[in-house]
Design a protein. Structure first.
Length: 285
């Protein structure tokens, strides 16, 4: 739902900077041009009730939970600058927590030493842009590492994530770090002393100056039902092939099985949703 809110705000158009701050329940968020089966352990996600979502921005796959904070920087198109946003975030965190070896790389990720604490991506349209990033404050890193482990044997033109060691802010700081403290501090740094963030739904008609919007709920009016469907989350994956069982090659397009080589299969399999567990069961593997 928060991803839908981002997309809704983007299409309202904006002249002043807006920082959207939100958290999500456990979910895997893949980039617009990625393959969820390649990026995530879909079976583990299903068993644990972890949603898989496809966002409208590019980039790689990230994991959200309530120990992670998401920051989205909205600007007009000429003012779009991910480097500036991340440098602001890094400087803000350093002033609060005195983190050594905190730096950003050329791919707009934040690292502490050699371990990643933030990944980011952008979306630019004619009327505006946003740059959003995660921040692993005290996330469940064991679940993150398990669920962000997909099927590397899939052959596809889909954008592949670049794997990096991960850590969290709390694991690297001597101080007691909470998501609430991080949100309060970054918000104050963005707005300046004496100004309060907006809590609720930002309105384009009320825009006057730079603002921070902290999401407490997402109204139904901004939701895009299409983005919750199989066709969007899985079906938008570029065509791919994968070997299942003993030399059986399965070809998948729009998330649906379109061809099977090396197996005298039931013709009714063609056109069904790709489900590796079901295929392995049919093959007896």
């Amino acid at each position: 739902h928060n991803l839908a809110l981002e997309n809704w705000i983007l299409h309202q158009g904006r002249e002043k900077k807006l920082l959207l701050v939100y958290q999500n329940k456990p979910c895997v968020v893949i980039g617009r041009f990625q393959n969820p089966w390649r990026e995530a352990n879909v079976n583990m996600a299903s068993e644990r009730g972890i949603d898989i979502a496809r966002r409208v921005s590019g980039g790689g796959t990230v994991y959200h939970d309530l120990g992670n904070v998401n920051f989205s920087f909205f600007t007009d198109k000429p003012s779009h600058c991910p480097n500036r946003n991340l440098q602001f975030l890094a400087d803000s965190l350093n002033r609060r927590y005195s983190i050594s070896h905190l730096h950003l790389n050329k791919r707009h990720d934040l690292f502490i030493g050699s371990s990643k604490i933030s990944g980011s991506a952008s979306r630019i349209i004619r009327t505006g842009a946003f740059h959003h990033c995660t921040l692993l404050v005290n996330s469940d890193l064991t679940t993150l590492r398990g669920v962000l482990h997909g099927d590397s044997t899939i052959s596809s033109s889909a954008t592949a994530s670049l794997s990096s060691p991960t850590t969290s802010l709390s694991a690297e700081c001597s101080a007691d770090v909470t998501t609430r403290d991080v949100i309060d501090h970054v918000t104050e740094e963005f707005l300046g002393a004496g100004r309060e963030p907006t809590v609720g739904l930002w309105s384009a008609e009320e825009e006057q100056e730079e603002d921070v919007l902290i999401v407490d709920h997402v109204p139904e009016c901004v939701l895009n039902v299409e983005h919750q469907t199989f066709e969007w989350v899985f079906g938008k994956s570029p065509k791919f092939s994968v070997v299942v069982g003993d030399g059986v090659m399965v070809h998948v397009e729009k998330g649906l099985v379109c061809q099977v080589d090396g197996w005298d299969h039931d013709p009714s399999l063609i056109g069904t949703q790709y489900d590796p567990q079901r295929l392995q069961a049919l093959l007896g593997t």
